[in-house]
Every structure is written in structure tokens, then in C-alpha cells.
Design a protein around this ligand. Structure first.
Ligand code: IPE
Ligand code: MG
Length: 232
């Protein structure tokens, strides 16, 4: 989610207002995705690099995160949405960690859309935490080192139990991945739009989905092979 600051700047408003408007866009887009029958939506809420922002802005983002979780949890639960969180949560206040755990527990049994919030997440961090956990299992003999393969290693990467993402959407005009799901995005279709996150709505989502539908996914095969597989 990108462009909150610019959205506010364009209106000569403080960045904080852009972040609050961005939180409203989260509610809108979560609902739109859930209604479209999307199985998994992962939102990049706060990256491991966002701590580099001015202290006051980090504080605003943390407060907004906690407040949004608290105010939205009931609505999400009623919509049968299952909440999950990825990222290193140890950096958050105990109160926020508690909201996170409560939200995940409360919705764990829901069977509708899975909403993943990436908070203090980074794609490189993800790979390192996977390597650390794999190394621990090798040390205890749970994983014989000869069995460390692509398949066994990727079980340690975040969201290994979910399908790999089909579509990556970055609003806000920048064309980069910025340390999002690096491993998981290997074959994901990338989609970039100028729309600033606070303005993002169901129509923008429909546009992104239409663009996705027009792509041919080859996964390393030739166009003919992929077309054949799609017909089969
Ligand atoms: C995204 O908007 C919000 C977060 C990173 C949490 P930005 O704050 O990055 O907005 P711009 O890039 O300054 O417009
Ligand atoms: Mg930005």
C-alpha cells in the first residue's frame, strides 16, 4: 500500500491524514476482495525498513494499526475472514502484540477469505528466519541435512501453507517490490498503478483483475505449452 503521504501532500494536509484515509481504503479493498471471492489477500502494512521514518510518523502508524485492528476485528470476524500476520512482531509494543494475537485467535476458525497483514515484514528477513529454523531442525536431527531441498526449505518460508500469490498490485506509481514477498513472488504477475492507496477502490481492483486475466502464465514453459495446459 503506497501513496498515503502524497495523497495528503496534494491536499496540503499532514501525512497523518493520508494514513487515516489509507486505513479506510483497507476496509474498502478487503470487502471488495472478499466479495470477489479472492481466497487470500496479503497487505503490506509496515515494512522492516519503515522504522527509518521520523519517530512521530512511526508512532502514528503504530497507533493507527492498533486502533484499526480493534475497530475492525468484529466486522472481519462477521464477514468470516481469517486474519493472519507475518513479520517480526517482537519489535511491537506488548499491547499491539496482544491485539495481533487476539485477532488471529478469534478468527482462526473462519472459512472465508484469509487476510494476511505483513507488519515489520521484509522478504529478506523471511528468508533468513526460514534458514534459521531449517538450521535448528538440522541441528536437532529433525531434518537430515541431505534432505534440505527446494521443497523442504520452502516449508519454512512464511505462508508456505497457502497458494503462491497470483497477482501483486502496487499502487502509488513506484515500480519496485520494496522487499515484499520476495520468495513467494517468483511467478506472480506484477501490476503497477499510479492510483494512490487512499483512493484505491473496487473499480481499481476490477481493473487489476482484468489485466491479470489477460496475462498468459507460462511458468517457464513455451507459450504453446502453456496454452495447451490451459485447454487441457
Ligand atoms: C504508505 O504510504 C504507507 C506506509 C508505508 C505505511 P506512504 O507513507 O509511503 O506514502 P508516500 O509514498 O509518502 O506517498
Ligand atoms: Mg511510500
Amino acid at each position: 500500500m503506497d501513496g498515503n503521504g502524497r495523497w495528503a501532500q496534494q491536499r496540503a494536509l499532514p501525512r497523518t491524514v493520508g494514513h487515516r484515509q489509507g486505513a479506510k481504503a483497507v476496509r474498502r479493498v478487503v470487502q471488495a476482495c472478499s466479495e470477489r471471492g479472492i481466497e487470500v489477500l496479503t497487505l503490506f502494512a509496515f515494512s522492516s525498513e519503515n522504522w527509518r521514518r521520523p519517530r512521530w510518523e512511526v508512532d502514528v502508524l503504530m497507533k493507527l494499526f492498533a486502533a484499526t485492528l480493534r475497530s475492525e476485528i468484529r466486522r472481519l470476524d462477521e464477514a468470516n475472514i481469517r486474519l493472519r500476520f507475518i513479520g517480526d512482531q517482537r519489535a511491537f509494543s506488548p499491547k499491539l502484540q496482544n491485539y495481533i494475537a487476539t485477532a488471529a485467535q478469534r478468527t482462526a476458525g473462519n472459512t472465508g477469505m484469509t487476510l494476511v497483514i505483513a507488519a515489520n515484514y521484509g522478504g529478506r528477513w523471511d528468508m533468513v528466519q526460514a534458514a534459521q529454523r531449517a538450521a535448528a531442525d538440522i541441528a536437532t536431527g529433525r531434518l537430515p541435512s541431505a534432505d534440505l531441498t527446494l521443497e523442504t526449505f520452502q516449508r519454512y518460508i512464511c505462508l508456505a501453507d497457502l497458494p503462491e500469490p497470483d497477482l501483486f498490485i502496487r499502487p502509488g506509481g513506484e515500480q519496485r517490490i520494496s522487499n515484499f514477498l520476495l520468495w513467494q513472488l517468483a511467478y506472480t504477475e506484477l501490476y503497477f498503478t499510479e492510483r494512490l492507496w487512499p483512493d484505491y477502490d473496487a473499480d481499481d481492483l476490477a481493473e487489476a483483475c482484468a489485466a491479470f486475466a489477460s496475462r498468459q502464465r507460462r511458468f517457464g514453459q513455451t507459450g504453446e505449452q502453456a496454452a495447451g495446459a490451459a485447454d487441457a
